[in-house]
Design a protein around this ligand. Sequence first.
Ligand SMILES: [Zn+2]
Ligand SMILES: [Zn+2]
Length: 175
Amino acid sequence: MDESVFPEELKPLIAFHGHYCPGILTGWRASKLAMKLLGATRDRDEEMVAIVENDACGADAIQFVLGCTFGKGNFHFRDYGKHVFTVFRRSDGKGVRLSLKAPPEGLTREESARRMIEERDENLFTVGEPLEPIPDMAEIRNSIVCSRCGERVMETRAKMARDGSPVCIPCSAAE
Ligand SMILES: [Zn+2]
Ligand SMILES: [Zn+2]
């Protein structure tokens, strides 16, 4: 795709994601709109929490631009295959649900990208209230040692072997 048309601010995002595509533009616009509606800036330490309903390119932009990330635990994936992004702010639980509107038919990939850059928010997303409650804060959990492989495993993920000793999920599956 022609990269000469994109705004300068997209460069770090494209570098992170690896290629330039309409998908990251969707996540970029959703992130910026969510921050605008919630009066927020990029997440540092779980001030926000995001729920994405697809695992396409846009999910990378949510993590990179919004700062809600898989590793921090404030990025939640629902495997619904929908272009819907829900974002909450923790301070008061306010949230927004952004549902991508269907684009006009027959656009080329270039035209889709240009539209995602230039189109007004209200023509891109339907804004509504979240349809699910705000997810819990990420917790730090204790680790225990798997009785089979000897590796440490988060307590909440450990299984009980037939002999009553704790095992990790792969070891449990191999029993
Ligand atoms: Zn992509
Ligand atoms: Zn194990």
